[in-house]
Design a protein around this ligand. Structure first.
Ligand code: NAD
Ligand code: 6OH
Length: 484
């Protein structure tokens, strides 16, 4: 059976023991993953530190950008391998991995390569007390060794979203991909080799969080910063772990995102948009809308139309091109989502559609599929309306006024994303500006421009990445003040 290895100092290496990589579509074991020991994490960090001062340091901006483009080329050359590995690990439909995950991985490298070449630094001419002048300007230096910890829902997309700007800024990285989806991080090492990225610049350590590679990395004194995407409670554990060494952190965490649908929306386009916002990747996108607020005038037809969409999703084998709805990531996550389906009933929800497990009569019955699900009728304080479920499920509430919708949408400890659906653009701007979140979409959802700030408020994160925000996080800025 295939063994997915660690990648340390330019070499593929086995770890201390193996753990199973499971296919979410049928529960079968598809590979063994080599778990890095504490001393291997140490080796990876030391290799990354040495590489900071080696050949990588001397490579100028133009050449670094060229190598980032070469990484993108190498990903595109292996497009099918990446797609297959991502589909096997996550169970996501092949159409999604080939449209979203893998192209975005290449785009992440290209965008940050180009941004690096074109971005300048701020400069100020400053009046001095003696009526003379001083010139202030900043220079950008690498932050050092960056520890990157990522989740399983968009494994390659989210990993490269951090690796690309980190390398663009001249850092070296040690990445710890999710234990559920290890394959593409190791495949990326092949692309790094082909692109001429020196040994030690990109390292991969596989394993779990607490008591394993994740924690070894966050606690390591040789790591200069941690960037993490995952659950809010893991973010809290990582914060504690890095506190003693005062490392900068960038956190993209959970969400309980709202969509607000006004009666004047373009009905069909909005239903299509919401079907994506609720069910894409089986609801396992941090930006998914689990709370949908619909103006009372169109409540019933809207609920009915979204129900039709949910029931028309094709819950098939992930490698079938016609499938547009896959399983959840794991038995454990499936149990969690089904416990919320149960809780919704206990809390008094009306089940519009779904709420259970599909039956296939083949090996998919051993996989982690659940039905796309819509609820209505819960109070705004119900746990199913307050807590992130991270599955293909939403609750729909009717509202009468704009202010009421805004108040309900903002009544959450999270603050990642929101979407507003209206044909009144003035209202779109007005409502969007009142959302307590990091990202608001109007008449669209998950439409990304990689130059824009991305991140969350409240429990949804710390800091922003994207465009210059990424370059600033992954750099140490040195401001130079010269008396003229
Ligand atoms: P998770 O927090 O369980 O795991 C994420 C990563 O952290 C994994 O690699 C895991 O091994 C590691 N980890 C776990 N405990 C750790 C510890 N104590 N120390 C160091 N590392 C540790 O998240 P998940 O279940 O993989 O992903 C789902 C969650 O991620 C959801 O809450 C979702 O909203 C969130 N998410 C957020 C964004 C965003 O951009 N805001 C994007 C994707 C996913
Ligand atoms: C979360 O599941 C999705 C995050 C998306 C991004 O970080 C992005 O850059 O598009």
């Amino acid at each position: 059976m295939k063994v997915i290895q660690n990648y340390i100092d330019g070499h593929f290496v086995s770890g201390k023991q193996n753990f199973a990589d499971i296919n979410p579509a049928d529960g079968s074991v598809i590979a063994q993953v080599s778990e890095a020991s504490e001393s291997q994490v140490d080796e990876a960090v030391n290799a990354a530190r040495l590489a900071l001062h080696g050949e990588w340091r001397g490579i100028g901006v133009r050449e670094r950008a060229a190598r980032l483009h070469r990484i993108a080329d190498a990903i595109e050359k292996r497009f099918d391998c990446f797609v297959q590995a991502e589909v096997a690990d996550t169970g996501k439909p092949i159409s999604l991995a080939s449209k979203l995950d893998v192209p975005r991985a290449a785009a992440n490298f290209r965008v940050f390569a180009d941004l690096l070449k074109t971005s300048g630094m701020e400069a100020f001419q400053t009046e001095t007390p003696d009526r003379s002048n001083a010139l202030n300007y900043a220079v950008r230096k690498p932050l050092g060794v960056i520890g990157i910890i990522t989740p399983w829902n968009l494994p390659l997309l989210l990993l490269t979203w951090k690796v690309a700007p980190a390398l663009a800024c001249g850092n070296t990285v040690v990445v710890k991909p999710s234990e559920e989806t290890p394959a593409t991080a190791t495949l990326l090492a092949e692309a790094m080799q082909e692109a001429g990225i020196p040994p030690g610049v990109y390292n991969v350590v596989h394993g779990f969080g607490s008591g394993s590679a994740g924690e070894f990395l966050t606690q390591h004194p040789g790591v200069d910063a941690i960037t993490f995407t995952g659950e809010s409670k893991t973010g809290s554990a990582i914060m504690k772990s890095v506190a003693s060494t005062v490392k900068p952190v960038s956190f993209e965490l959970g969400g309980k995102n709202a969509a607000i649908v006004f009666a004047d929306c373009e009905f069909e386009a909005t239903v299509d948009g919401l079907a994506d916002a609720v069910f894409l990747n089986s609801g396992q996108v941090c930006l998914c809308a689990e709370r949908v607020y619909v103006e009372r005038k169109i409540f019933s037809p809207f609920v009915e139309a979204l129900k039709q969409k949910a029931e028309s999703l094709r819950s098939g084998w992930p490698s079938d091109e016609k499938t547009n709805f896959g399983p959840l990531i794991s038995a454990e996550h499936c149990k969690k989502v089904l416990s919320y389906y149960e809780l919704a009933r206990e809390e008094g929800a009306s089940v519009v559609t779904g709420g259970g497990v599909p039956e296939f009569g083949d090996n998919r019955d051993h996989g982690f599929y659940v039905q796309p699900t819509i609820y209505t009728g819960l109070s705004e304080s119900a746990r199913c309306v307050k807590e992130e479920i991270f599955g293909p499920v939403c609750h729909i509430t009717a509202f009468d006024s704009e202010d009421e919708a805004i108040a309900m949408a903002n009544d959450t400890k999270y603050g990642l994303a929101a979407s507003i659906w209206t044909s009144n653009l003035k209202r779109g701007h007005r409502v969007a500006q009142q959302m307590s979140v990091g990202i608001t979409w109007v008449n669209c959802w998950f439409l990304r421009d990689l130059r824009t700030p991305f991140g969350g408020a409240g429990l949804s994160g710390i800091g922003r990445e994207g465009g210059m925000h990424s370059l600033n996080f992954y750099s140490e800025l040195n401001n130079i003040c010269i008396k003229l």
